[in-house]
Each structure stands twice: as structure tokens, then as C-alpha cells.
Design a protein around this ligand. Structure first.
Ligand SMILES: *[C@@H]1O[C@H](CO)[C@@H](O)[C@H](O)[C@H]1NC(C)=O
Ligand SMILES: *[C@@H]1O[C@H](CO)[C@@H](O)[C@H](O)[C@H]1NC(C)=O
Length: 187
């Protein structure tokens, strides 16, 4: 009984955005949008592009193409088929660093002193099919934003779609430290 109540409360308070952890600030809409079959992620003005950022982009594209995650609803999204078929198609996600950011690799930024590590990003996905944008002050922030981007989509009949466009997401870690390990064997 208790666990039933807990689950019911969790379902009731879970925001519609199925992204974890929940971004610091976000807005969603209620328009269907799908990824165009030629959807691509483009870098803009990042020269020279760090190899590990290019690899992250290629992993993200791959994941979006191969992931067949269906919506967690009883009909797996089938009742949205018409909306998905009629949805505008998103062609590009443009990834850029803000104008005064220095280009560094993700690996380098990931070992910056924890208090000064920069991981924030801004992700904007219009509902009308014009290009989505991801901006950050660091390559590490872009990596975080790409990860969020992959979590926004479901699959139905080979179409990758969302029913919640447009999105604006502004995110950064709430705390510099996100974990603590106590080694009980040696302490
Ligand atoms: C689509 O929406 C975006 C953001 O709301 C806007 O900036 C853009 O001009 C729109 N594009 C078209 C073609 O309507
Ligand atoms: C980049 O840094 C500036 C100055 O700290 C901040 O105002 C801005 O929100 C940051 N941009 C992003 C995309 O995180």
C-alpha cells in the first residue's frame, strides 16, 4: 500500500520532461516535431574542433538513429501516429561555443578544478522545424547538452519524434560535487 502511494505521488509530480536529472530551467510546449531523415548535428565556429567533441557528436547522431525507445504509455505512442506523421521535421542541431569561450577538449575541461568547472548549456528547439541550437561556454557543457538532446525523443514506426516541442532548456549542475563515496572497508 505504502509503495503504491509513493508511486502514485511520483507519477503525479513527475514533470512532462522525461529528462534526468531535471534541468535547472526549462519550458516545453505541446506540438509534435520529428527528426528529419537527413537530420544532422553541425558545429559552428569551433576551430579547431576538439577530437573528443567530434566523437561526442558522432555518438549522439548514432544514438538518435539507432535508439528505438517508445513512449512509456499503454499504447506505446500509437494514438499519436497521426500527429507524428503530420509533424514538422527538424533538420539540424547547430552546436556552438559562446563568443568569448576558449576552445578546449572535453577531456581537458573535465579535470578542471571542480569549483571552476564549466558545464552549463542552453538548448533551444523551435516547434516549426527551423534549426535547433545548442550553446555553451565549454566543450564539456556542449557534451552535457548533447546528452540532454538525446533524451527528448521517442520512436514510432521508424520515426523519431517528440510531442512536446518547442523546448528551451537552460541547465548547469546544481552543486559542484554530485557524489560521495565512503570506502567502508578502509575507513
Ligand atoms: C520558427 O520559430 C523560431 C522560434 O520561435 C523563429 O525564430 C523562426 O523565425 C521561426 N521560423 C519560421 C520559418 O517561421
Ligand atoms: C556563459 O557565461 C556567461 C558569463 O558567465 C553566462 O552569463 C552565460 O549564461 C553562459 N552561457 C551559457 C550558454 O551557459
Amino acid at each position: 500500500m505504502f509503495s503504491f502511494v509513493v508511486v502514485a505521488v511520483l507519477l503525479a509530480v513527475t514533470p512532462s520532461l522525461a529528462v534526468w536529472p531535471i534541468p535547472q530551467k526549462y519550458t516545453t510546449g505541446s506540438t509534435a516535431l520529428r527528426l528529419s531523415p537527413s537530420f544532422s548535428i553541425k558545429l559552428s565556429g569551433i576551430n579547431p574542433a576538439p577530437q573528443d567533441l567530434l566523437a561526442a557528436i558522432s555518438r549522439t547522431s548514432d544514438h538518435l538513429r539507432k535508439d528505438k525507445l517508445q513512449a512509456l504509455v499503454p499504447d506505446r505512442g500509437a494514438s499519436s501516429a497521426n500527429a507524428v506523421r503530420a509533424a514538422k521535421a527538424l533538420d539540424t542541431l547547430t552546436v556552438s561555443l559562446t563568443s568569448n569561450a576558449k576552445v578546449r577538449s572535453i577531456a581537458e575541461e573535465a579535470v578542471d578544478d571542480i569549483e571552476s568547472r564549466v558545464e552549463g548549456y542552453e538548448l533551444t528547439i523551435p516547434a516549426n522545424g527551423s534549426g535547433a541550437t545548442l550553446k555553451a561556454n565549454s566543450s564539456l557543457g556542449l557534451l552535457r547538452g548533447l546528452t540532454t538532446f538525446t533524451q527528448l525523443w521517442y520512436n514510432l514506426d521508424e520515426t523519431t519524434y517528440t510531442l512536446e516541442a518547442p523546448f528551451t532548456i537552460v541547465d548547469a549542475p546544481a552543486y559542484p560535487y554530485r557524489g560521495l563515496m565512503l570506502d567502508t572497508a578502509r575507513n
